[in-house]
Design a protein around this ligand. Structure first.
Ligand code: ZN
Length: 408
C-alpha cells in the first residue's frame, strides 16, 4: 500500500519520475513489494544535482523551507519542503527521541546550528517541540557557554557532533568542572560514528563514555531521506523508521545483502510531499541487521557508515575507507589533520595526510606510521604544514563540518 501510494504520487507529480518510468517502460501498477521495486532504476546524487527541480512535486508557492545539502563530494543540492514535510520531520525526530528514552520532561540542548539552510537542526527543533520537551538552542561551538547553559537550565539531553563532546570534556577537565555531576544523561550524536563495524564504541565513543557517564546514541540521517536511523538503548545499530522510509541495502551487483553484511544504503522516502525519492542511492556503506533487536523492535538496523561508495581509496593495491584513517589518527590523539587523495601521473590514488608542524616529533611520527601500517596495511604520506594554515583548510567557515578529507 505504501509503495503503491508513493509510486502513484511521483508518477502524477514529478517530472523526473514521469520521464524515468516512461523511458524504462515501467508499469507502476505491477509494483507492490520491495522485491518489485528492482524494476525501477536507482536515483543517484548526480541525478538529484543535475535535474534538481524536476524532482519537485508541488508548486513553489507550497514550499515552506528551502534547504541545501552540504555536498561532501558533489555540488550542493537544493531541497524543498512543504508544511507536511516539516510535520514529517517533526514526527521522525519525536520517534527518535522516544527511542532513546526521552520524554516531555526532558530539556534538550542543541549544539548544532538551526540556520544556514541546514535541515537536521530544524528537524531536531521541530521534534523537541512535538515531544513537548524543552529546547536550549545554544548552537555549535564555545564549550564555556555550553557548560554554562547546561548548569543554568539543567539540560538532560545533548544533541551534538561527538568530537565536540570530546572538546567539552577537555574544557571541563581544565576548569575543574565535574560533568558527571551535571543533569545530562543522554547524548544524541550526529555526523560522526561513535562505533566501529563490530558495533562496539570506537575511539571517539570510548573517549566520551570513559569520561562521562551518559547514554550515547548514534544517529544516521541525511537531507535526502528526511528521516533518521536512531540507536535504541541496546546500541546495536540505528533503527529504520518503517513509516518514513523503505530500506534496501545492496551490494555491487545491486542485490540485497544478507544479515550483518556490508552494502550501500538505498532508500525510498514515504510521505514526502515536496521532493520524494525512489530508490535513492545514498553512497553510504553500512552493515545491515534484519534480526529482532534486544529492545523488541523488528525494524532493520544499520551499523555505522563504514565508508562512502564514491570515497573508496585504492592505494597500493589495498582498498581504504577514509574513516579507518580518521580512526587511527584519533587513537594517536591527533585531532587536527586533513587527508588528501589525488591521482598520480599513472592515474593511481595517492594519499597524503596533512598534519600540523607542531607535532613534528620523531617518536610520535614513528608510532603513527606503525599504527597506520597496522590498520591500513599501507602507510600514507605524512605532510607537515603550518598549524594556522591547516586550521584554515579544515575549518572553512562556509562549510558546516570540518573538512577531514579532500579528493583532488
Ligand atoms: Zn533496538
Amino acid at each position: 500500500m505504501k509503495i503503491e501510494n508513493v509510486l502513484n504520487y511521483v508518477a502524477n507529480n514529478s517530472a523526473y519520475y514521469q520521464i524515468l518510468f516512461d523511458s524504462n517502460n515501467i508499469d507502476i501498477s505491477k509494483i507492490k513489494t520491495i522485491e518489485d521495486l528492482h524494476q525501477i532504476p536507482f536515483t543517484t546524487k548526480d541525478d538529484l544535482a543535475r535535474f534538481n527541480e524536476m524532482f519537485l512535486c508541488v508548486p513553489k508557492s507550497k514550499i515552506i523551507d528551502y534547504v541545501t545539502t552540504s555536498g561532501t563530494l558533489s555540488n550542493p543540492v537544493s531541497f524543498y519542503l512543504t508544511d507536511n514535510d516539516l510535520e514529517r520531520l517533526a514526527s521522525n525526530e519525536e520517534a527518535s527521541f522516544k527511542l532513546v528514552g526521552a520524554n516531555s520532561s526532558d530539556i534538550f540542548q542543541m549544539m548544532v546550528t538551526l540556520d544556514k539552510q541546514f535541515m537536521a537542526g530544524l528537524a531536531y527543533y521541530l521534534g523537541i517541540r512535538k515531544l513537548k520537551a524543552g529546547a536550549v538552542r545554544q548552537g555549535p561551538g564555545s564549550p564555556a557557554n555550553q557548560i554554562e547553559a547546561i548548569l543554568k537550565f539543567n539540560t538532560t539531553v545533548l544533541i551534538a557532533i561527538p568530537s565536540f563532546i570530546v572538546k567539552l570534556i577537555e574544557y571541563a577537565k581544565t576548569h575543574n568542572i565535574d560533568l558527571n555531576q551535571t543533569s545530562v544523561k543522554i547524548i544524541i550524536c550526529i555526523g560522526e560514528s561513535i562505533r566501529g563495524e563490530d558495533l562496539n564504541f570506537n575511539e571517539l565513543g570510548k573517549r566520551i563514555t570513559s569520561n562521562w557517564n551518559v547514554h550515547l546514541h548514534s544517529t544516521y540521517a541525511s537531507t535526502e531521506m528526511g528521516a533518521a536511523f536512531t540507536e535504541c538503548k541496546a546500541g546495536k545499530g540505528g533503527h529504520l523508521n518503517p513509516e518514513l522510509l523503505i530500506l534496501e541495502v545492496v551490494n555491487d551487483n545491486c542485490e540485497i545483502v544478507k544479515e550483518g553484511e556490508l552494502g550501500e544504503v538505498v532508500v525510498t522516502t514515504l510521505g514526502v510531499e515536496g521532493m520524494p525519492l525512489i530508490r535513492y542511492r545514498t553512497g553510504d556503506l553500512c552493515n545491515v541487521y534484519y534480526s529482532e533487536c534486544s529492545c523488541g523492535l523488528t525494524s532493520p538496523r544499520l551499523g555505522p557508515v563504514i565508508g562512502r561508495n564514491q570515497q573508496l581509496i585504492k592505494y597500493k593495491g589495498t582498498t581504504i575507507y577514509p574513516p579507518s584513517i580518521f580512526e587511527v589518527l584519533t587513537q594517536s590523539n591527533i585531532d587536527l589533520f586533513q587527508v588528501n587523495v589525488y591521482k598520480n601521473e599513472l592515474g593511481l590514488d595517492e594519499v597524503s595526510i596533512k598534519l600540523p608542524s607542531t607535532i613534528d616529533d620523531e617518536k610520535l611520527i614513528k608510532s603513527l606510521k606503525s599504527a597506520l601500517k597496522a590498520k591500513l596495511r599501507v602507510t600514507p604520506k605524512l605532510e607537515f604544514i603550518d598549524k594556522k594554515e591547516l586550521i584554515g583548510l579544515v575549518f572553512n567557515p562556509e562549510k558546516r563540518k570540518p573538512i577531514k578529507i579532500v579528493f583532488h
